[in-house]
Design a protein around this ligand. Sequence first.
Ligand code: C2E
Ligand code: CA
Ligand code: CA
Length: 654
Amino acid sequence: MARANSLRKLRAIVTSRKNADNLSARVRRTLVSTLYTNPASLAIGAFNGIASTAIAAWVAELPVLYVGCVILTIIAVARVTAALGLSPDKAHRSTRQLEFIYEIGAFSYALAIGTIAAITIWYEASAAVEVLMVANALCYGVGICARNAGRPNIALGQLTLVCVPIMIVSLMIGSLAFIALFVNMVLLIPAMSSITMNVFKVLRDSIAAAETSAQLADKMQTLARTDVVTGLANRAGLNHAMVETMMEIEKDTRLALIWIDLDKFKEVNDLLGHPVGDRVLSEVARRLRDVCPEGATVARFGGDEFIVFGKISDRMESERIASEIHAEIMRPVRIDGDRLEVRASLGVAVLPEDGRDADTLMQSADLALYHAKVGGRSQTRFFDPSMTRDLIRRREIEGELRAAIANDELSIFFQPIIDLETGKIRCFEALVRWFHPEKGELRPDEFIPVAEETGVILTLGNWITAQAARAAAQWPEDVSLAVNLSPLQIRAPGAALGILNALREARLDPTRLELEVTESLFVDDDPASSAFIEELAGRGVKFALDDFGTGYSSLGYINRYPFSKIKVDRSFVSGENVGKKSDAIIRAVAEMGSQLGMEIVAEGLEEVEQVQKVKEAGCTLGQGYYFSRAVPDYLAMMLLAQEREEGIPIRASA
Ligand code: C2E
Ligand code: CA
Ligand code: CA
């Protein structure tokens, strides 16, 4: 029964050892490292053993014990040195090596201390010396089981090696007391085995549990830093990678940050659905990963924006990577046999010249991207310090513009548009002016684009239309009002209604209003634009195509929308590029106008010769400083009054 029991225990020890060997490498290393923690306890134990042996040798006058003393000292010194030099945190040795080195020291020390105790018994040293050395050996054996429970095979091996010499000698002497000592030790070994194994299991399980939760935490962190759609780093992942890179870079390291924004990606989502949108994003992500250098971070910054961030050797390299990225994205994407064209705008900034830390670098790349988008999209822009100055000025203007409307700093000026045949005023174009208390008069070219980008144009535009309509209501019925409209104003919800309301409030007939739009309105092919034009044209409002010749000059738009006027841009009339070609173009446009029953306005007429030329070319209307600059409403009234009462055309010579 007892044999079966101890067999079972032995089997349990063997299987748990097997399990112990199956432990994950990290758990095992942690356990092995417990062997090396606190080398001081090792030194104290060794000192105790050596001192006791020395005392025993002296008291019992047994020279062999002096030999034992020397052996213990050699082993102790070697072990303490090894423990200090081989701390597992520092040592690059394998776990098995560390364990083996420890085993040699531990086993030889245990055997030595057990043998010394056995010798004192064998040579029948005094009872006190025997007690001292046996107690010393057994205390060591039991204590070591507790200390080394992390590696139970070592602990139990040591206990056994301590006990075996004493047990052999006890048997050899064979007296009742020593037989009893023998039995005690036979019982001690399995008892200590069971205790040690229990401690070991608790230790192992808690380390394994800690290990598992650490792994889980790792996994969660990786998930939290990954974008689900593309598998790239997400915003958090990018931040993390940036912080890490910034910490490890040296002084002369260069980094490039490329900010990529897919052009009009919203349309892909709206027209083809989100699943297709996601596939396009995944494909773009895959291409980015392929084309980016190793070690670079590729992240999806949200929506249709991506960021590539990595070390480069020089600025040229960032240019090369950016152009490769651009080329890769522009390759059509195939989805279920359909070809999709993807376009992207890129903004690039380089550390250290465009920003010394991650935040400034991001701002610079963002600004460069903004310029790429404003500059017509599908292009790459590199950060330039002037972009910051632009931005500061824009921000200033943006803030002040909102206040300007309330503070009455804005006013509407009117520039006449003249019938080239009769010299009479047919229309006034409303042009906004900003009289800034500090900066003086600001041109619309400076603040209208800011108003457009920031959306202030909606408030501003409504105000302009209302003011201009009120002034125009005072003019004779046959003089019309031209108002410039930005695409944003036209696409805003309720835009047409807003204009009709302004007309009603000012009591101006819709047929007297002419809205000037540029071709940029049609580029995006927004259905809201067509709806706006159709609705207002239905109420009698007229439309003029402004700045003709500067954009696409597509005849398609002229055909599609009910324009009553085409305004030929002033660059065809004045400036260095004016010549035979521009004459021919004006002629062709004028010819087309007369065929289609449209009026052709020549803009920017400053000289009498220019007036004569455009008239000969067939333009029906003219506008420019030659006739008049844009003037305040009361002067516009005066011009009209002069013309009507005195019958003097604005420029008789025209
Ligand atoms: P635009 O619609 O082409 O307006 C004509 C511009 O040419 C005006 O500049 C006018 O002052 C200028 N101009 C007229 N005759 C001559 C000339 O003989 N020589 C020269 N060199 N220039 C001449 P302005 O008032 O600075 O307006 C610039 C642009 O700002 C306008 O170009 C228009 O696109 C925009 N803008 C002006 N007022 C408004 C507005 O109320 N709403 C919107 N959305 N845009 C406006
Ligand atoms: Ca205009
Ligand atoms: Ca114009």
